[in-house]
Design a protein around this ligand. Structure first.
Ligand code: HEM
Length: 488
């Protein structure tokens, strides 16, 4: 057995050697990589970044163009800033650009490597992604429509009862829809529900662990080999893994018991269990996959609905035009339903514009390359971290004149129907769901949920500025951001 001192020396030595090696290597490589800001010795561009880094990237886009490179502590990074470059690499060269960087704490330690969203490109990701796609994408999404209609009506009732708490109602409603879709649960009454709280705490820990700088092991992977008695973070991470695995396994176990008794509503976890052999997933893999679907879908969708409320307060003419459309198609005797969708193109245009105007993930999720590549005469080495600057991509003046304005009309043609004028986004009209094999697997489900919630809210309510103590309307800022890790 090695002594404590030997461990520390061995790990320090390996770490120093590896850092020096990558620093020299990245200096040499950057000569043939896309251009970019020079950076400092050792740190590279680390200090240039700070918070709300997508603004800095967008400034650099003006200077260096649609693709530029950075070096962060010896890690080569490229940033993609327009539709063409992003689709060329992430979609057309999906076989090279579909992995994720290593998330040692968030995936390897805390999730036993079983997080679909953080997993490297490979067999486990492929099996999980296929199962997620079968349950949540394309035609499968229609099965969730009755649930989404019911949850939107409940959302309207809750807002009617207590309009001041609109944001908590939105969170509750999205969490409830996701949990019912994943586990076939009955509606969740409150966003303070103990199960919702447990899963949200887990998600918060995961987001915290994915942020650069929170765990040194991300920069110095050899620290992973430290024994637990020397590394509190590792002890904690493994304990969280034990508890979270237990929780997810109990959720899916509960679905299994209900299925066996013949009393389970159709749900994603039920379908996973039923198709277990076809997807080739173990019990534990299914448990983590089901949990991941909730985690990836809840905060993101709720954040878009918050942006919707902001956009309506700031642009009453949009609200009035949408309400006119709804009144003409739906009337006052019934709630909107999915059967109205074709006749409500302005609602679809609002959703696209919300996702374009304030992407809740302005830098998407990072990718990593699995082999060396050349693009436009530039070298992109294996292991490069790839960031899509969705903020800049969605504000390309070539496609979106006056890009800072919230104007759903930009997605409508002369006859008032939604037009697909952005090449290669497969009808989305923005880059907020990412693209290629690793793009958002829940985008159809999310678009559907947004449609039902937004149509129902606009049918039921006006949304207006609140008043200050003197009775004057308060205009909320359109340029303040709250960065919560996964969503902004
Ligand atoms: C409006 C709401 C949503 C937004 C803005 C959003 C956005 C994203 C983005 C940007 C990515 C990374 C894409 C990439 O790497 O190119 C992603 C991945 C993912 N999303 Fe969504 N998402 C939303 C809703 C959902 C929902 C409702 C679900 C589940 C039903 C979901 C499940 C996932 C999963 C599992 C991944 C990881 C996919 C992988 O790594 O293979 N998302 N999402």
């Amino acid at each position: 057995m090695l002594s404590q001192q030997t461990w520390v020396i061995a790990i320090l030595l390996t770490t120093v050697l590896k850092v020096l090696h990558s620093l020299f290597q990245v200096r040499r490589l950057r000569k043939s990589m896309p251009p970019g800001p020079p950076g400092l010795p050792l740190l590279g561009n680390y200090l240039d970044m700070g918070s709300f880094v997508w603004f800095k990237f967008t400034e650099w886009k003006e200077q260096y163009g649609s693709i530029f490179s950075l070096n962060v502590f010896g890690q080569p990074v490229i940033v993609l800033n327009d539709f063409t470059t992003t689709v060329d690499l992430l979609d057309r060269r999906s076989n090279i650009y579909s992995s994720r960087p290593r998330f040692i704490m968030a995936n390897e330690i805390m999730a036993e490597g079983l997080s679909l969203a953080l997993a490297p490109y490979g067999d486990l990701w492929r099996r999980m992604r296929r199962a997620a796609h079968a349950g949540f994408a394309g035609k499968a999404t229609a099965a969730y429509q009755p649930l989404q209609e019911k949850e939107s009506a409940l959302l309207a009732l809750h807002i009617l009862d207590d309009p001041e708490k609109w944001s908590s109602h939105l969170k509750r409603s999205v969490a409830s829809t996701m949990l019912c879709a994943v586990y076939g649960w009955l509606s969740i009454d409150s966003s303070a529900d103990s199960m919702v709280k447990r899963i949200n705490d887990l998600m918060e820990r995961v987001f915290h662990a994915t942020l650069p700088g929170n765990y040194l092991v991300e920069f110095f992977p050899s620290m992973l080999h430290l024994p637990t008695w020397m590394a509190k973070w590792k002890r904690e991470g493994l304990e969280w893994r034990r508890r979270d695995t237990e929780m997810f396994e109990s959720f899916i176990g509960d679905v299994q018991s209900r299925v066996q008794l013949g009393g389970s509503d159709p749900c994603f976890a039920g379908a996973l269990l039923e198709n277990r052999d076809k997807h080739g997933l173990s019990y534990r893999e299914m448990a983590w996959l089901a949990g991941a679907m909730y985690g990836a879908g809840a905060e993101t969708t709720a954040a878009v609905l918050d942006v919707f409320v902001l956009a309506m307060v700031l642009h009453p003419y949009v609200l009035h035009r949408a309400q006119k459309e709804i009144d003409a198609v739906v009337g006052r005797d019934r709630l909107p339903s999915f059967s109205d969708k074709e006749q409500l193109p302005y609602i679809d245009a609002i959703i696209k514009e919300l996702l374009r105007w304030r992407p809740v993930g302005p830098l998407s999720m990072p990718r990593a390359t699995v082999q060396d590549d050349w693009y436009q005469g530039y070298f992109i080495p294996k292991g490069t971290l790839v960031i899509s600057n969705v903020w800049a991509i969605n504000r390309d003046p070539k496609y979106f004149p006056n890009y800072d304005e919230f104007r759903p009309e930009r997605y409508l043609g002369a006859s008032g129907q939604v037009v697909d004028h952005i090449p290669d986004t497969r009808g989305q009209g923005h880059m907020t769901f990412g693209c290629g094999r690793r793009g958002c697997v829940g985008k159809d489900f999310a678009n559907q949920a947004l449609f039902m919630d937004i149509a129902t809210i606009l049918w039921a309510f006006n949304i207006e500025k609140t008043l200050d103590a003197k009775g004057q309307p308060i205009t909320p800022s359109k340029t303040d951001f709250l960065d919560e890790g996964l969503v902004v």
